[in-house]
Design a protein around this ligand. Structure first.
Ligand code: FUL
Length: 477
């Protein structure tokens, strides 16, 4: 009897040791759709529409549909470039501010159906959806709320029109991963021939809550982009970078599409009550639309890499725009540049030196293998975390032979929340710890770039966090 009690007790202790409870999720959390969206990391944006043919950035709305006439439209070419460059989806301007529709909408004559392209029988959205499917890419669409063509813009009738168009796009082309709501809204325009200035109340005119509800009725999984989400938020600039401190939280009181403080959007809100991660949009050229005069103004490789490191490397998704030209294809200068960028990124992360490191941690949750620091080596579901109540934690990478590095990559397990507020990276030089960098947030992914150093040990100290750090991956390159 005594023996069996002892055995039970031993079993109890043993099971306590092997089954340590994982940390509880903390704060606002991403939905499963937001999680998969974040993992896309880099997507293609395509600005191609009436402006392509009028050499404009913002058409006035009175352009004749006959001006739209690509000579050799090839959405497969777009998809192949996106895929080759490692992008996972394509978002196209189905309708920009000038109101011209790339699909034969039943609700307007201002569309491809009255253009000479394919004798009015064409549908660019359909062609893109097929190309994306063939290449395993996801498709998203931009539908401008501002419409400088429509006679009813500014009245309630236009809201019905806008929702009808949204319904067409969300029901006729398969799954959309993202629906893009731009903030520019109101001003002068053609407006069915009125040629006047019209202003709307950005907060109330669209009754966004009801409009989004309608969108979710058709596609419950779609990520809706706008200044204030709800799926993801504008990063607050069009240069393609987030701030170093970048929280995926936002408090959207007093915000709406087109109403937001861009400084806040660039870094999120540490105390925000909703998970609304940042999307950094930027064009590979100065303009969003194609202008032959910008053929020699494609961003340099250095600039492109800076954009990558300042977006993907700062907890944002990169939406890289290609101004498709009048043939209907991506210009060779742009495709060449994005491939240079993709190849360089691949090279930058080819050789992860963590493979050669011995890892130790200041603490491991319940001393359990389940939460071992070994988990940070690879990109899997497992992570390293610590016991509750500790107010600092660190990990150390030791190398038998000195390594030369110029990048460190960190990832939090964001399904459990974004937690880290500040961390310091140190490296050993002549037997002494030196500070390499002191930084703030991590989030889904944080990459630090710095001039090469040679070292035989690296230490990452997590100094402040909203809840104990949960680190899914570390890489050194
Ligand atoms: C802006 C628009 O006004 C530009 O034309 C472009 O579409 C850009 C992505 O968003 O707000």
């Amino acid at each position: 009897m005594k023996n069996s009690l002892f055995l039970l007790f031993a079993l109890f202790i043993f099971s306590c040791k092997t089954e340590v409870a994982p940390p509880e999720a903390f704060g606002p959390l991403p939905s499963p759709q937001q999680l998969s969206w974040q993992e896309m990391e880099m997507n293609m944006f395509v600005h191609f529409n009436m402006n392509t043919f009028t050499d404009m950035e913002w058409g006035l709305g009175g352009e004749p549909p006959t001006s739209f006439n690509p000579t050799n439209l090839d959405t497969r070419q777009w998809a192949q470039i996106a895929k080759a460059a490692g992008m996972k989806g394509i978002i196209l301007t189905a309708k920009h501010h000038d109101g011209f529709c790339l699909w034969p909408s039943a609700y307007t004559e201002h569309s491809v159906k009255n253009s000479p392209w394919k004798n009015g029988q064409g549908d660019v959205i359909k062609e893109l959806s097929e190309a994306c499917k063939e290449d395993g890419l996801k498709m998203g669409l931009y539908l401008s709320p501002w419409d400088r063509n429509h006679a009813d813009y500014g009245t309630p009738a236009y809201i019905t029109y806008f929702r009808n168009q949204m319904t067409e796009l969300l029901t006729q082309y398969g799954d959309l991963f993202e629906f893009w709501i731009d903030g520019a809204n109101g001003g002068t325009g053609y407006y069915g021939g009125a040629n006047e200035e019209r202003r709307i109340d950005r907060e109330t005119y669209y009754d966004w809550d009801s409009t989004f509800k309608l969108a979710f009725q058709y596609q419950p999984e779609v990520i809706i982009f706008s200044d204030s989400g709800p799926g993801c938020r504008w990063v607050g600039n069009e240069q393609g970078y987030a701030k170093e401190t970048n929280w995926s939280f936002l408090n959207t009181d007093n915000m709406a599409p087109g109403i937001a403080d861009s400084k806040i959007l660039q870094q999120g809100m540490e105390e925000g009550d909703k998970w609304i991660p940042a999307e950094a949009d930027v064009s590979i050229r100065p303009g969003w639309y194609y202008h032959a005069s910008q053929d020699d103004k494609v961003k340099s490789l250095d600039k492109m890499l800076e954009i990558y490191y300042n977006s993907v490397g700062r907890n944002a998704l990169l939406l890289l725009n290609f101004p498709v030209d009048t043939t209907g294809q991506i210009h060779p200068a742009d495709s060449a540049r994005v491939m240079e960028m993709a190849n360089q990124i691949k090279k930058d992360f080819e050789d992860n030196l963590i493979d050669q490191a011995r890892l130790t941690a200041s603490n491991t949750r319940g001393e359990s293998d389940q939460f071992s620091v070994e988990n940070i080596r690879t990109d899997n579901e497992k992570y390293w975390t610590i016991d509750e109540g500790l107010d600092s934690a660190s990990i150390e990478l030791a190398f038998d032979k000195p390594v030369t590095i110029s990048r460190v990559l960190l990832q939090e397990e964001i399904s459990l929340g974004q937690r880290v507020k500040s961390f310091t990276i140190k490296y050993k030089k002549d037997g002494q710890w030196q500070v390499l960098d002191k930084q703030t947030t991590i989030g889904y992914k944080r990459i630090l770039r710095f001039p090469e150093i040679s070292t035989d040990a690296i230490q990452i100290v997590f100094e402040a966090y909203r809840a104990i750090p949960v680190i899914s991956r570390v890489g050194v390159y």
